[in-house]
Design a protein around this ligand. Structure first.
Ligand SMILES: [Zn+2]
Ligand SMILES: [Zn+2]
Length: 192
């Protein structure tokens, strides 16, 4: 019999998320019913779209949806619950990372995510949480593909995309100088 996983106490905003196989799916995650589309837009040039509908079919947990990822970064929404962020914001990732592709989280959403997905904590010794009250935004654009079919990406300042060319894939948060960096496990023990 597979082990029964029990979920830690769940913030109300997470309990309201659509579920797959009984587990709440992070708001930013993509669902398998999307389509890879590239649209030409007046402000950002070519933009990758997805158009998936949360709650239908299977979730692609761990794969951010191109549409919701950019919305989260631009509108300062929490990647887990999708609601407006409050200060301080929490990024989970490599402790020394200068940038994050994962949107910021509420403190309580970060605590829940670290508890519900222990692999986040045991990914390596460098897993950290970065606490910030603001972040800058860069564009990650796919300029083309190499001989093996791997995308060639370039990071450029938000708004410069049309000049840089290629297709906008996601927005990247730039960690501010004032961000506080903690080992994830120690932060969880002190906060959770
Ligand atoms: Zn999607
Ligand atoms: Zn949240």
């Amino acid at each position: 019999m597979p082990p029964v996983r029990t979920l830690p106490p769940m913030p109300e905003a997470i309990a309201a998320l659509p579920r797959d196989r009984g587990y709440p799916v992070p708001w930013v995650s993509c669902w398998a019913n999307g389509q890879f589309i590239v649209r030409n837009t007046p402000h950002s040039g070519l933009v990758r779209r997805c158009g998936c509908t949360p709650g239908q079919g299977r979730a692609l947990i761990g794969t951010p949806c191109a549409d919701r990822q950019r919305r989260a970064m631009r509108q300062r929404l929490c990647g887990t619950c999708g609601r407006p962020l409050t200060s301080p914001m929490v990024f989970i990732g490599e402790r020394d990372m200068p940038y994050s592709q994962e949107p910021a989280l509420h403190v309580e959403c970060a605590v829940f995510s670290l508890r519900a997905c222990p692999h986040l904590l045991h990914h390596g010794t460098s897993v950290g949480v970065i606490i910030a009250s603001a972040y800058g935004i860069m564009e990650s654009r796919v300029l083309g593909f190499d001989d093996r079919g791997n995308p060639i990406r370039r990071l450029c300042p938000a708004g410069d995309g049309k000049r840089t060319g290629g297709a906008l894939e996601c927005l990247i948060a730039r960690m501010p100088q004032s961000a506080l960096r903690h080992p994830a496990e120690a932060w969880l023990a002190a906060t959770g």
